[in-house]
Design a protein around this ligand. Structure first.
Ligand code: UD1
Ligand code: MG
Length: 464
């Protein structure tokens, strides 16, 4: 039997009342990314024909988040104007899908941990059910505490009978611990037939997608259950407590993986916050209250002290980052030393052996090999050569109120304390500025400059 094409539909229109938030639930972040992005990435791994996303609350923002994950031509957005329930959300896609002749995988935007292998298993079971495929296959699991989820009711033969929502269940039904994960594979054409027969006569006055399998079963269609062993993958996020619990388990798993597979020392694993996407090299030591986010890569033998946050940055080997630094979109070569209390902003690049000291801010600048900016300085839109020393309190005055300008400092330069470099300006190799100099014009190589504004007073070569 030839399999039908696979389409995916993701439900993401709800506000998520239980989050008590002004932000649509699927935009809340887990492991640094919106919930909807997790689901989209997993859906894409199955290489479906098309992904449909039902949007409503903050639909434009949800669409923007989805488009960060999926190519425009593979995704179709469907608007659900009023949120009348999960069944109504699917119905919003009727005109796109009712005669699509596909299998439709329905995912929830608030069930972010589901794995692609699991979904592939679901689709396989659905297609092969009793040799000719089922009308619907739903994912279930037994939970110690099923509160809040829809319950899967089986008949006396153990076959699927119906799903009952928490708010509609009898006391006896609510004793059942097998829950509906909110993930289904449908024969698309049969889904839309059955959906037309679903009413909103229930405790919430909503059109429940969960009524569809029961309606199908009554009509004599085959409904199968894909039962999982472990509940972690299908945990739904309905409130902040659930969001925090999943975040904790993802971060714990990331720390465990770095310890066991990568050989990283954590002084206190429970007090370190590492996103799943981060890699750290062998024999690096990480102190408590460090946060590592995004696409951060840290090399071997580094030391990262307490209170430091590193996001989307590349750190070489043997780097020491002292306490309370913020490093964002920066690149740091081997053997650099940073901090304490330093701020490396986007576009900061330190070459091998460079040192950045306390209360120094670096933005969109290169600090060359073995150069030092040790105290209380701002280096923005600058290039600093090799073996140069920048004295305490130096500022690159890069902004004239309208535009940003560059400062170029050569090799083996000594910038005196409290020098103001009024950009655009260049300082030649081997030059020196005295304390408090205001540099407004380019300084040739090997020149000593003092004063405000700095005037060249003599050539260093003459005296040598
Ligand atoms: C749903 C299921 C429940 C299941 C649980 C698993 C129904 C009626 N119940 O309950 O059986 O155990 O998921 O997590 O389906 N949405 C829309 N439009 C709407 C309503 C919801 O797009 O009108 C979206 C939401 O944004 C969300 C998803 O559908 O992403 C699920 O809705 P939610 O309200 O969270 O349903 P649950 O109460 O969790
Ligand atoms: Mg939910």
């Amino acid at each position: 039997m030839d399999n039908k094409p696979l389409d995916v539909l993701i439900l993401a229109a709800g506000l998520g009342t239980r989050m008590r938030s002004d932000i649509a639930k699927v935009l809340h972040r887990l492991d640094g990314r919106p919930l909807i992005n997790h689901v989209c990435r997993t859906a894409a791994a199955l290489a479906p024909r098309r992904v449909y996303v039902v949007v409503g609350h903050q639909g434009n923002e949800v669409r923007d988040a989805v488009l960060e994950e999926l190519e425009d031509e593979h995704v179709e957005f469907v608007w659900q104007k009023e949120q009348l329930g999960t069944g109504d959300a699917v119905n919003a896609a009727r005109e796109h899908l009712e005669s699509a002749g596909s299998e439709l995988l329905v995912l929830s935007g608030d069930v972010p941990m589901i794995k692609a292998e699991t979904l592939a298993g679901l689709v396989r079971q659905h297609q092969s059910h009793r040799g000719k495929g089922a009308a619907c296959t739903l994912v279930s699991v037994e939970l110690a505490d099923p509160t809040g989820y829809g319950r899967v009711i089986r008949d006396s033969a153990g076959l699927f009978e119906k799903i009952v929502e928490q708010k509609d269940g009898t006391e006896e039904e609510l004793q059942i611990r097998e829950i509906n994960a909110g993930i289904y594979c449908f024969d698309t054409d049969k889904l839309f037939d059955a959906l037309a027969r679903v009413s909103n006569d229930n405790a919430q006055g909503e059109y429940y997608l969960t009524d569809v399998p029961g309606v199908m079963k009554e009509a004599g269609e085959a409904v199968s259950i894909f039962k999982l062993k472990d509940g972690l993958e299908i945990e739904g996020i309905n409130d902040r407590r659930q969001l925090a619990a999943l975040e904790r388990s993802i971060r714990r798993r990331a720390v465990k993986r770095l310890m066991l597979d990568f050989g990283v020392t954590f002084i206190d694993p429970d007090r370190t916050y590492v996103a799943g996407s981060v890699t750290v090299g062998r024999d690096t030591t990480i102190y408590p209250n460090v946060t590592l986010e995004g696409q951060t890569k840290i090399g071997d033998g580094c030391i990262i002290r307490s209170g430091t946050r590193i996001a989307d940055s590349k750190i070489g080997h043997g780097v020491e980052i002292k306490d309370n630094c913020v490093i964002d979109n920066a690149e740091i070569a081997n053997r650099c030393t940073i901090g304490p209390m330093a701020h490396l902003r986007p576009g900061a690049r330190l070459e091998e052996g460079a040192r950045i000291g306390n209360f120094v801010e670096v933005k969109k600048s290169v600090v060359g090999r073995n150069s030092k900016v040790n105290h209380l300085s701002y280096i923005g839109d600058a290039t600093i050569g090799e073996d140069t020393n920048i004295g305490a309190g130096t500022i690159t005055c890069n902004y004239d109120g309208k535009n940003k300008h560059r400062t170029e400092i050569g090799n083996r330069v000594k910038i005196g304390s409290d020098t103001m470099l009024v950009a655009p300006v260049k300082v030649g190799d081997g030059s020196v500025t005295g304390a408090g100099t205001v540099v407004t014009t380019d300084i040739p190589p090997k020149t000593l400059v003092v004063g405000a504004p700095g005037r060249p007073i003599r050539s260093l070569d003459e005296k040598d």
